[in-house]
Each structure stands twice: as C-alpha cells, then as structure tokens.
Ligand binder design. Structure first.
Ligand code: F6P
Length: 559
C-alpha cells in the first residue's frame, strides 16, 4: 500500500482553510441570489433523490472539496478496494463487501488472491436462498416435525445490527416466519426474547464472523440449554447425547468465516453458511449474515436488497467526483468536521421502519473512522470520525431538536423520507403520512432559514421573548427522499452511507476497515471475570477504582 497523503498539507486544504476564515453562512441569501442552487445541488442516486442545497456550501467550497478528494486519491483508493488490493493494512486483507452484491456473471470476473470471488459469492447466495426456501416452505422442520415459525439470530455488532435494522425496515415484506435478535450478554436479552417461544418451532442462527465472540458464544450456549430444557419439558426425549445432538441439528444453523469452530460448537457444517475475511463485520449484512432476512422475507427480497447496494456501487465507480453523491456527502462531512467544528452528525429518518438505522450507522461510521492513526501507523493530521446519532422523526422533534435549532453547536443532519408509507392510514379523511411529511419539510426549512428577530416582532412578540423565539437558521441539512422504502431502496441507502464513510476515511488517510479499539476492553473483561467470581489475586491485580467497584458488587450481589 502506498503511504497516505497528508490531507492537511494539500493545496486544497489551504484553500478550504482560507474559505473557512472568510466564511459567512447565508442560506437565505444564497437561495435568493442563485436560482439554480436547488438544481445544481440536487442529485438522483439510483432511486434516491438527494438534495444537498440546504448545506453550508458555496460553489467555491464545493470545488475546493472536490480538489481535496482528487489530491488525497479518493477515486484511486476506491478502485483499489474494488480490485481487491489489501487496503486493510493492519489485517493484511482485501476489502470486498462490494463483491457481495455483484450480479451473477459480472464481467470481468473478479479473482482476488487466487480466489474466484464471484463464483464463491454466488455459490453461498444460492445455498442461502435454497435453505431459506426450505425453511419457508416447511420442508425443513424441527426435531418433532413441526414447521419453523420463528428464527432467532444470535450475534452482536455487525452480526446483529445490520440484520435487525433491515428486519425492522422491511417488516411489511414479511410473510409468516418472524425473526428475533439476541445480541447482549445481559441475560435479560435472551430471557425476554425466548420467553414466549415454542422450542419445537424455533430455529436459532448463530451469526459470528470469527465464531470467537464471547457474547455470541455465551448466548448460543444459553440458547442450546434453553432448547434442551424446553423440549424436555414438552415431553421430547433429550436424555442422551445423541438425542441432544439431533435436536441441535434441527434447531441450530450458523453463519461464519470459521466453519471449523462452528463444527466444534456442535452445529453440523452442512448447516453452516460461510463468508470470507474480506467482509468486515459492519459491512456484512449483505453476506450470509443476512440469513435471518432471507428466511423472514424470502430470497427474492434479499436479492433485491443486494441489487440496491450494487446500483450505488456502480454510481460511485462510474461518476466523476464532482457529481458523485456519496463522495460529495463524505466531503461535506469533512468540511463540517475539519473546518466548521462539527463534532456530531444526526441522521433523522422520517420513517418508523428505520428506527434502528441510526444505531446501525453508529457501528458503520464510528467503528470505521474513529481512528487516531493512519493506515501506515503514523498519527492522523486532522480530526477524524464524528459521532453519529439520531432517532426517527417526529419523535426526535419532541426530544432533542431544540438543541439542533437553537443550541450553540453545529450539528449537520440528514433527513430521510419516503413519498409513500408502508401503511396508508387516514385520520378523519386526512392522510396521516402527508402530515408526517409536512413535518420533515418544515424542520429542514426551519433549520435552513430560521426566523429573524424582525419576523418574530412582526408577530407581536416583544422584550426578552424576541431573542428566545428567534431562530438563527443556517443549520445544515441533507434531504434524502425516495418513492417508498423498498428492499432495493434500503440497499441503496446502506451503500450510500458505506461510501460516505469510505470517502471520509480516504481523505483522512485512515484504515476504515479495522477496529483495534475494541480489543482492550475485551481482553480486560476476560481478566476481570475471575475477580468478579471472587479470585483474590485477580482482585488485587486491579486498579483502586475497579477494586472499589468490585467490593461494591461483592457486597450487594445476592447469592
Ligand atoms: O467487537 C467488535 C466486533 O469485532 C465487530 O467489528 C463485529 O461486527 C463484532 O465484534 C462481532 O464479531 P463476530 O461477527 O466475529 O462475532
């Protein structure tokens, strides 16, 4: 891998610094002066209409940002990723999630490190689809011969957040089999999610890229015990090792890159679906990790989702930087983070179905770009990843929007909305979805254009209330609009954010595909576990604060 280019020493960075020093945001003025502003900053990205016009940019800033992308080699790095170059330097791996959604027979064939990637991807996809069909049709049955009614995905991080987010988003496409998701090692999660399930009709999917993750393996063992216990209680014979293995064979399947560990757990490798080390956990919802989705919605829906991803991959691959939507959105984030002092970024879906989308994006963006060193190990030269957060509108409006409108911090926000609802309901003849969308439009308008003191006074307000009721405006937003939340549209949305994240990482010169920052906590948890159990040497080895907290725990823990 070549050394990263230091973004802060490029001429574009110098230009942007000068533009920032003279910057005076004026969305009211910019809109008044430029009749073409909406048109020049609105893009169609596959089925998504993306309106960037309410962002704090001028044509000069936009041009300088594009030059920054050119000078930091964003397009070259994207091409390197697609080709399978080992851009994940610390793990010496290719980064090929884009290969998971290449259509069958794509040309030229992708061969990386001797692996026929397209062939392998489609082999697994076909197997996944065939298995999903068997479960859906009832050909696959539980140990007592009953059809599966519930799948429970056991995974965490990328092996959970993607599937649960997509499941919630596409629920209207469900027909029959329901999915649940257990991720937390807090026993409450497993206890509550399985409480009302029938063991004879439940299929567990253990989803773990590495098949070493403490939370997932612990929960998988809990699930296995639950299965045996509940089957026994229902009068099924699970008294012998053989009977218990047979039960596991009917009620457990796995998704992993480590099929040997799957077998060691007791799951038949014939019932396991593989993927590869070049798929990062947070980029894996479109791999076999999506098995729960293929079962709940059917393989066709899953393939439509993948097609949506691919449409955006193609846009990024073939579109010049100045019109490349994910690149422009990534560059806007760089502008806000590095030049205008933003520390966070809100994602506000006007769709209840996307309730888990912000949480999904937190792993995608923050595990990818929360780094202080660059891909060659040298320190970063700029600030990196911002905090992503959000909640569906309009709930957020009644909670935290106050701070976005009138607080002292700059919080760029993405609004995501759909022209058509999943459930068209009316209230006394009034389309409720229309009212919902009116809120989306009202919020982006208020944030952009605010309300001046003169406008407040013109309404009859006087005194100190005038300042309190004034809205400064110039709060940047991006509006992403689509016809409806279909599987393809959802794939497009996810891919959009993947490539925004990629763009930022490329500009900053960081490896967006490793996550060493999560390792220390994992190691220490293993060291502290014996102290929790009362091991005096382990307790003595802790720092004073941890020792005091352990003492509190031991005092209060009921036997
Ligand atoms: O701890 C972070 C992490 O490694 C994520 O990157 C990953 O998505 C998650 O753990 C789960 O890992 P696995 O799929 O290997 O169980």
């Amino acid at each position: 891998m070549t050394s990263p280019i230091d973004a802060s020493s490029t001429s574009a960075w110098t230009e942007l610094t000068a533009l920032r020093d003279a910057f005076s945001p004026d969305l009211r003025g910019w809109f008044a002066d430029d009749a073409q502003r909406v048109e020049s900053l609105t893009f169609d990205l596959a089925d998504l209409r993306v309106d960037l016009s309410k962002n704090l940019i001028t044509p000069e800033v936009r041009a300088a940002l594009v030059r920054l992308a050119e000078q930091t080699g964003v397009a070259e790095r994207f091409a390197a990723m697609l080709e399978g170059v080992h851009i994940n330097t610390t793990e010496d791996r290719a980064v090929l999630h884009t290969a998971l959604r290449r259509p069958a027979g794509a040309s030229p064939e992708l061969v990386v490190d001797g692996q026929h990637v397209d062939h392998d991807v489609h082999e697994v996809l076909d197997a996944l689809g065939a298995f999903a069909d068997r479960v859906r049709s009832g050909e696959w049955r539980g140990v007592t011969g009953k059809k599966v009614t519930h799948v429970v995905n056991i995974g965490i991080g990328g092996s959970d957040l993607g599937p649960v987010m997509v499941y919630e988003a596409l629920k209207p496409y469900g027909s029959g089999i329901q999915a649940r998701f257990v991720s937390n090692i807090d026993p409450t999660d497993m206890a509550e999610k399985t409480a009302d399930l029938d063991p004879e009709t439940t299929l567990f999917i253990v989803a773990s890229k590495t098949f070493t993750t403490l939370e997932t393996l612990t929960n998988a063992r809990l699930a296995r015990d639950w299965l045996w216990e509940r089957l026994g209680a229902a009068g099924v014979d699970v008294s012998t090792d053989e009977a218990r293995s047979t039960a596991v064979a009917h009620h457990f399947v796995a998704v992993s890159t480590a099929l040997d560990r799957v077998a060691a757990f007791g799951i038949d490798p014939a019932n396991a679906f593989g993927f590869w080390d070049w798929v990062g956990g947070r980029y894996s919802v479109d791999s076999a990790i999506g098995l729960s989705l293929a079962i709940a919605f059917g393989p066709e829906v899953f393939r439509d989702l993948l097609a949506g991803f691919h449409a955006v991959d193609e846009h990024v691959r073939t579109t010049p930087l100045e019109r490349n939507v994910p690149v422009l959105m990534g560059l806007l984030n760089v502008w806000y983070t590095n030049f205008l002092g933003a520390q966070s970024h809100a994602v506000l879906p006007y769709a209840q179905q996307l309730s888990r989308f912000p949480a999904y994006l937190q792993q995608l963006t923050m595990e990818s770009n929360g780094k202080s060193v660059r891909w060659d190990g040298s320190p970063v030269t700029t600030d990196t990843g911002e905090v992503f957060w959000g909640e569906p509108g309009t709930n957020g409006q009644h909670a935290f929007y106050q701070l976005i409108h009138q607080g002292t911090r700059l919080i760029p926000a993405d609004f995501i909305a759909f022209a058509n609802p999943a459930y068209p309901l009316s209230d006394d003849g009034r389309d409720v979805h229309g009212l919902f969308l009116a809120n989306f439009l009202a919020q982006t308008k208020a944030l952009a254009f605010g309300k001046t003191a003169a406008e407040v006074e013109a309404e009859g307000t006087t005194g100190a209330l005038v300042a309190a009721r004034t809205f400064p405006g110039n709060r940047p937003t991006t509006s992403i609009f689509a016809d409806a939340l279909t599987p393809a549209v959802l794939g497009q949305l996810i891919a959009l954010y993947e490539h925004i994240t990629f763009t930022q990482g490329a500009v900053w010169g960081i490896n967006s595909f490793d996550q060493w920052g999560v390792e220390l906590g994992k190691q220490l948890a293993l060291q502290i576990a014996p102290a929790i159990e009362g091991d005096q040497d382990a307790i003595a080895a802790q720092d004073p604060s941890t020792r005091a907290l352990l003492a509190y725990y031991h005092e209060h823990r009921k036997a």
